[in-house]
Design a protein around this ligand. Structure first.
Ligand code: ADP
Ligand code: MG
Ligand code: ZN
Length: 632
């Protein structure tokens, strides 16, 4: 895809002009000294001796040199004068004809240079720094100009949806966006408002940038791309003028796509200001972006702003309001099928031997994102080339996987086989206990594809408005479900891993809230012992106690109640899992093989769940909401 950078050519010219100008100035400073008459230099004492011996006919005394002519005619000598007030007298006494040298004709020029050159050097250094901070582009003359790259689609090389795999849900949503761009009139004629902002959320390397380009490629419209970090400069006000400039250009080219990569660089919540109470520059940039997004209306000129982030939780809520980035598309790590499809895409770029089994490679690479898989194919090709093979063989992939994992382990989670097994039982544990709990929604999906940061992405997508009130039984059910993972580990492996820490944290939090905020404990009664909601500073600058001041006995009673709620939920989970041992095995094995189980398949299997001993007498539906995202 050829990238046209409109600014780069005239930037180069300015740089050359600047260089030549400073060279000329520097050289001319030295010219007066180096190219004047070359005269033999003698010490001042020699001059004085010659004067006293009446050898000197005439002298011209200057500020920096004394030139003189000897009696015998020809020679002209120069000497550096010593500051000598008696010199005129001495010269006169010895009959030397003398005069003062007029100041050099170019002196005004030299002194002007004295004023001009230091600032120029300063500006030069400044622009070097500036260029560095801008990653090798632009210079001091281009402050404020948006550096958005315009991708002009070349029919042969353009990115389309066929270049992206394994992120089907995201693709479906973006197909709709393409439709908006292509047929905007159809929508606006009906009075529908075309979304302005679409936020791609997902871990690094899952193909967010690639998807954005594919949208542009499919829609056949200009694509302005800029990275959030490029907006942030050391000069206040530059970022916001860049935003203005970017949208000015975009409006001229509409319909078009403006893609802001790494939106979190500008979009960080203004409330979470830094140590010095916030970042003015970023705030102004963000405000300008919000203003621009509010500014362009619906109509003929459709501009859709796509943005990508892997940290949606840090974004300023103002960005997510209706009319701004109100659509969020989750771009997640691919599952088994997705990984195979991605491998197939990237394998077309290399020569594969017939024995290569991409499905087997996909099985061995859980947790790999699209970029990791692309990298894997390339590593394998490099290995094959190093071994002077004609084509890439399966063994190259095996070795490449190890290399990529070694790199990945440092930055994200890649599970080994044993861990994968534990995770599978753990997650099925949650699902089974959840299914046996009364009065909640259905478990939609179990997955052992590590999600990392995307778990939060899911939270964003989950409508939270479906339930405002929960009763005590449901909360207890939630706690049991949260403990289902750990309980499964206990039942199956007889040991506990560190993976359940987050579950325990959340379970304990809910139990504590039941006791201290919701008054659900018989022992402690309907009192609010909890103060954590008011987490503002008190007048004296200290944080209030999370708990109301209570007597030691009450504190102890609270602790005991919390513990008993959690522990009885734990026992409940254990008993459900023991009663469903076979189902637990069966689903876990399937999950290990497929990595994701969802939909009807999952529902049918979970429908077979037997209740725990405590549940058997109560007549309830085996139906539970699993809000618990996959995490271990
Ligand atoms: P992100 O922007 O999410 O960090 P990128 O879009 O920059 O990820 O992905 C980097 C590269 O990895 C892409 O250019 C592509 O080669 C490869 N890649 C990533 N995700 C996918 C995918 N889902 N399908 C095909 N290739 C992918
Ligand atoms: Mg990216
Ligand atoms: Zn868990």
């Amino acid at each position: 895809m050829p990238i046209k950078d409109k600014k780069s050519s005239n930037k180069k010219t300015t740089n050359w002009v600047f260089l030549i100008l400073s060279a000329v100035l520097l050289i001319s400073t030295f010219i007066p000294q180096s190219f004047g008459q070359t005269q033999e230099k003698v010490p001042y004492s020699t001059f004085i001796t010659q004067v006293k011996e009446h050898q000197v006919a005439s002298a011209s005394v200057g500020e920096k040199t004394i030139s003189y002519q000897l009696e015998d005619g020809s020679a002209v000598y120069a000497t550096n004068p010593v500051f000598d007030l008696n010199l005129p007298t001495v010269l006169q006494e010895n009959g030397v004809e003398f005069s003062a040298t007029p100041p050099a004709a170019n002196q005004w020029f030299t002194s002007l240079l004295g004023w001009v050159i230091p600032p120029l050097i300063f500006v030069g250094i400044w622009s070097i720094f500036l260029r560095r901070s801008q990653g090798g582009q632009g210079g001091v003359f281009s402050i404020g100009k948006s550096k958005a790259k315009i991708y002009v689609e070349d029919e042969d090389t353009k990115t389309t949806f066929t270049d992206v795999a394994g992120v089907d849900e995201a693709k479906t949503e973006l197909v709709e966006i393409v439709d908006f761009l292509k047929n905007s009139k159809r929508f606006t004629d009906l009075g529908a408002r075309i979304p302005k902002g679409v936020l791609l959320v997902g871990p690094p390397g899952t193909g967010k940038t690639l998807l954005a380009k594919a949208v542009a490629g499919e829609a056949g419209v200009p694509f302005f791309s800029i990275s959030g970090s490029e907006f942030i400069e050391m000069f206040v006000g530059v970022g916001s003028s860049r935003v203005r400039d970017l949208f000015e250009q975009a409006k001229k080219q509409a319909p078009c796509i403006v893609f802001i990569d790494e939106l979190d660089a500008i979009g960080k919540s203004r409330a979470s200001g830094g140590f010095y109470g916030g970042n003015d520059e970023r705030e102004q940039t963000l405000n300008q972006l919000l203003a621009e997004m509010d500014g362009f209306g619906a109509g003929e000129n459709t501009i859709i702003v796509l943005a990508a982030t892997n940290r949606p939780e840090t974004l300023d809520p103002a960005l997510l309001r209706p009319g701004r980035f109100d659509r969020q598309v989750l771009v997640d790590r691919p599952d088994l099928k997705g990984r195979k499809a991605i491998l197939e895409i990237h394998a077309t770029e290399v020569k594969l031997s017939d024995e290569v089994d991409l499905g087997a490679i996909a099985t061995r690479t859980p947790g790999f994102a699209g970029a990791d898989l692309a990298n894997l194919v390339n590593e394998a090709a490099l290995l094959a080339a190093r071994n002077r093979r004609e084509a890439v063989i399966q063994a190259d992939f095996a070795e490449a996987i190890e290399r990529v994992i070694a790199g990945l382990e440092k930055r994200s989670r890649v599970l080994n086989d044993k861990e994968k097994e534990i995770v599978a039982y753990h997650e099925v544990g949650h699902a089974l206990v959840g299914a046996a709990m009364p009065g909640s929604d259905q478990v939609e999906k179990i997955s052992i594809v590590p999600r990392g940061m995307a778990a939060l992405g899911y939270t964003l997508q989950l409508p939270t408005e479906d339930r405002f009130l929960r009763d005590e039984a449901e909360l207890k059910g939630q706690i049991a479900t949260m403990l289902g993972g750990r309980s499964a580990e206990e039942v199956v492996f007889g040991s506990i891993t560190t993976g359940a820490a987050n579950d325990l944290q959340r379970a304990t939090d809910v139990a504590e809230q039941m006791v201290t905020s919701y008054g659900m404990s018989e022992v402690l009664g309907p009192l609010a012992y909890d103060r954590s909601k008011q987490n503002t500073f008190l007048d004296n600058g200290t944080m209030p106690n999370a708990r109301r001041l209570v007597s030691d006995e009450t504190a102890k009673a609270i602790d005991e109640e919390v513990k008993s709620i959690v522990e009885s939920a734990h026992q409940r989970a254990l008993s459900i899992l023991k009663n469903n041992r076979e189902l637990l095995e069966k689903i876990s094995k399937l999950l290990l093989a497929e990595e994701v189980i969802e939909g009807d398949n999952l529902r049918t299997m979970l429908a077979a769940v037997k209740l725990g001993d405590a549940e058997q007498d109560t007549d309830t539906k085996a139906n539970t909401r699993e809000q618990h995202m996959v995490e271990v």
